[in-house]
Design a protein around this ligand. Structure first.
Ligand code: NAP
Length: 265
């Protein structure tokens, strides 16, 4: 199998690293297309590097499009000229729909995926939807590749990618915000920054693993930490008064609405 990655920034580079790390491809089976020469050094050894979309991309089984959405138009012309009918085009661009990709690239076998930032260390989650023209074999190939960057989830309905974008695409930023706020609170209460950092990060890590192993819902785990008249209960009274759950739901709803807006504009 041969794969081309067009756009080797954060995500394109992460994909190349994962494919090589898990032995899915050899260096001579990976075509890396960059725009500026200063990317070359960090990609050296991962695959064959070129600065334009050419016939080598046209010879690949799968082409991953990992440029920013605003760069699509520039790349589309060159790509449309080399894509063959039996190639799969996998786009990870936020907000660019399958029909739009099919139109600008003049290509039918298209997959649209929404990864998230932890894909950069092989711990991401990617949801993807496929155009009707994809064969079962092609879908399996795509899922295997996406799994090498963490986990992959197939969506029957492409429109759910807006909810995915809001939940797991933007999700790492919500998590970082909560972590930062807790660290700030610790420092406000007199803890040294490095102590507050260590306490919060290890608490997040440990709580995640407890949730994974405990076979209980987050709701049940909250009850297990909280005792009547205790400290957690005092904190939760404030969270309930400020409607933290509602705030998060509204924030995620706003992200979903914005994703819909971007994909229909
Ligand atoms: N980062 C995330 O967490 C995340 C999550 C979900 C989806 N995505 C999607 O993933 C895509 C890439 O995001 P990113 O964070 O990896 O962005 P990025 O770091 O800016 O990478 C984009 C890369 O595309 C290159 N590029 C632009 N035009 C090109 C062309 N004509 N030929 C070859 N390369 C070209 C850029 O080159 P230069 O180096 O010259 O600028 C840059 O290296 C976006 O569409 C985004 O919506 C990202």
């Amino acid at each position: 199998m041969k794969i081309a990655i067009v756009g080797c920034g954060n995500m394109g580079h992460a994909y190349a690293r994962s494919f090589r790390k898990y032995g899915l491809l050899g260096a001579d089976e990976l075509e890396l297309v960059i725009r500026s020469e200063d990317r070359r050094a960090q990609l050296e050894g991962l695959g064959r590097i070129s600065t334009s979309v050419g016939t080598t991309v046209g010879a690949c089984d799968l082409v991953i499009l990992a440029v920013k959405p605003q760069d699509l138009q520039t790349v589309a012309k060159d790509l449309a000229a080399v894509l063959r009918d039996d190639q799969v085009l996998l786009s990870i661009m936020a907000g660019i729909t399958i029909p739009r990709l099919q139109e600008v690239l003049k290509h039918r076998t298209v997959v649209r995926a929404m990864p998230n930032a932890p894909a950069q260390i092989g711990m991401g989650i990617t949801a993807y939807a496929t155009g009707a023209e994809l064969s079962m074999l092609q879908t399996v190939m795509v899922e295997q590749l996406l799994n090498s960057t963490g986990r992959a989830v197939h969506l029957e309905d492409e429109s759910h990618l807006d909810a995915v974008t809001a939940l797991s695409g933007s999700g790492p930023a919500y998590f970082f915000k909560i972590v930062q706020s807790m660290i700030d609170a610790g420092m406000e209460l007199g803890l040294a920054p490095h102590v507050a950092n260590a306490l919060v990060k290890q608490t997040m890590l440990g709580s995640y693993h407890l949730m994974e192993h405990a076979d209980r819902s987050p709701e049940e785990l909250i009850k297990a930490v909280m005792s009547k008249g205790g400290t957690t209960e005092a904190a939760f009274k404030v969270l309930a008064n400020e409607d933290l759950g509602g705030v998060l739901q509204r924030a995620i709803g706003a992200a979903c609405a914005r994703s819909t807006e971007l994909s229909t504009s």
